[in-house]
Design a binder for this molecule. Structure first.
Ligand SMILES: [Zn+2]
Length: 492
């Protein structure tokens, strides 16, 4: 009886401590400058209303720009997006519903983190799969970074990591600069207006060294005691990345069932684990090496290697392949598939390894930019539509498609191996990928040119598909459908 009494007292004390967390943290001594800045910012965003939020939902339409990932290297494509991110702060759950596209053509994505485990939910195939790479911080594809109120809450929760980076004049007003680090998040720097105590800008690093994302928050509004920007404009490496079209923030409690997995969904086919470097010989003189999302093909052409698959980490793959094959020959030629930033991540390595670039003229500028070094014209060999190399050992085929205006496929006639990027892949243990119109067009080209492909290797997977798989894929089509129970689907 007595024991119970004590524990009750303690729980009341604990509750009081939680309720006054913000003040208690700074009690006893004068708050430091950083503590004062965080305190003022939190109170501008709703004080305890913000800190004690049980749940939050951000729904918005926005436009995204694909600088570096557009179909044409000389233009920046735009895309329509509609997203809803719901957060259950109490149980550490987060749900992410995303429509890419519009009525004319769209695809959807659904990811959920239930406090312990991350899931990808496929509403077309009616399957769910656990994903060890998903956590509370990234399950929404970092979308909540566009909500200033969420970042202020995050900064407060990680106040001990926060540091004051001095003042700066922004848009003509004095701003504080505060950096902080939360688990699972990149370091973020918030720019806080000294007059309003509102965040007007945030900075975080891009994976490309020396490049940054900037988030600009404007048109502040207050709803249900919570302050937030109704417009967020994001730039990446100085170029437009996304901009809000319309935004709605709800802080009313979401029903518990909101975070449930859909009923009667089967487990998705198992995925392959590419977390470790792997090398396989897929045909005579032909090796596929890679890990994560980056794979390269290396073909032994006699006194040197020719390769394709330009993700960063090329040197590591090259080394692993040479150790596996027991061969030490130089890399002399490298086929660049297309101009997208991720597939050019290894261009500095190609340059350093001394290989020549096989590409189209339209991509040279982007390759030079990513190679971080001056490359003489002699290092580039350009093709027009198709070219044969090394006495017919390699045939490079330019296949323009919806993904990029030029997309070079590397075909090795002796082994009938074709290596492609962002075109025909699967990362599943079994089964074949869905077909698409590009695949149908490619089939026509293969027939017209009388090209036999036995094996399909790709830049994003260690699984090699067969001619038989390809035929099956041509017949396997998918239709996107937006689930009836998603609010954002009814608004499309
Ligand atoms: Zn691409």
């Amino acid at each position: 009886m007595k024991k119970q009494h004590i524990s009750k007292k303690w729980s009341i004390l604990a509750l009081l401590l939680t309720l006054t967390q913000a003040t208690v943290a700074f009690a006893g001594s004068q708050p430091s400058q950083i503590e004062q800045v965080i305190k003022n910012t939190v109170s501008a965003y709703g004080g305890n209303h913000l800190l004690n939020l049980k749940s939050l939902a951000l729904e918005e339409k926005y436009i995204g720009f694909s600088d570096g990932q557009s179909t044409d290297p000389d233009e920046v494509d735009k895309g329509d997006y509609h997203v809803k991110v719901a957060v259950d702060f109490k149980n550490g759950r987060k749900d992410f519903r995303w429509i890419r596209g519009n009525k004319a053509s769209y695809s959807i994505m659904h990811q959920l983190y239930n406090g312990n485990t991350g899931y990808r939910i496929d509403h077309d195939a009616k399957t769910k799969s656990q994903s060890s790479g998903l956590n509370f911080a990234n399950v929404d594809r970092r979308h909540l970074y566009s909500l200033d109120a969420f970042l202020v809450k995050l900064m407060h929760e990680n106040g001990t990591s926060a540091k004051y980076d001095g003042e700066i004049n922004l848009y003509g007003d004095r701003h504080h600069q505060v950096s902080f680090q939360a688990e699972g998040y990149p370091e973020m720097t918030l720019y806080i207006d000294q007059k309003t105590n509102l965040v007007t800008k945030m900075k975080r690093a891009h994976w490309v060294p020396g490049q940054f994302y900037y988030y600009h928050y404007s048109l502040p509004e207050k709803a249900q005691h919570i302050q937030y920007a109704t417009d967020t404009y994001v730039t990446r490496n100085g170029q437009p990345y996304s901009v809000t079209v319309s935004r709605r923030v709800q802080v009313k409690d979401l029903p518990d069932s909101y975070f449930d997995l859909p009923e009667n969904y089967n487990d998705a086919p198992e995925s392959l684990d590419f977390s470790e470097m792997s090398v396989q010989q897929i045909a005579e003189n032909t090796y596929l090496a890679g890990k994560g999302w980056g794979f390269s093909i290396f073909v032994d052409v006699g006194s040197y290697f020719v390769a394709a698959g330009g993700y960063d980490g090329l040197t590591e793959r090259y080394k692993a392949m040479k150790a596996f094959a027991g061969l030490d020959k130089p890399l002399k030629y490298f086929v660049v598939s297309h101009h997208h930033t991720d597939h050019l991540g290894g261009m500095a390595e190609v340059a350093k390894l001394g290989a020549n670039f096989i590409t189209v003229g339209e991509h040279i500028a982007r390759i030079r930019e990513m190679a971080e070094t001056d490359l003489p014209d002699g290092r580039f060999i350009t093709i027009d539509k198709q070219s044969n190399f090394f006495d017919g050992v390699l045939r490079v085929i330019d296949f323009p498609n919806g993904h990029s205006t030029h997309n070079l496929m590397s075909y090795f006639p002796a082994s009938q191996v074709l290596f492609s990027a962002d075109f025909y892949i699967t990362r599943q243990k079994e089964g074949v990928p869905y077909g698409h119109s590009g695949l149908q067009k490619f089939k026509k080209l293969l027939v017209a040119e009388d090209i036999q492909v036995e094996l399909f290797a790709a830049a994003h997977s260690g699984r090699v598909l067969t001619a038989d798989d390809f035929e099956k894929s041509l017949k396997k089509t998918r239709e996107s459908n937006c689930p009836q129970y998603w609010e954002i689907c009814t608004a499309m």
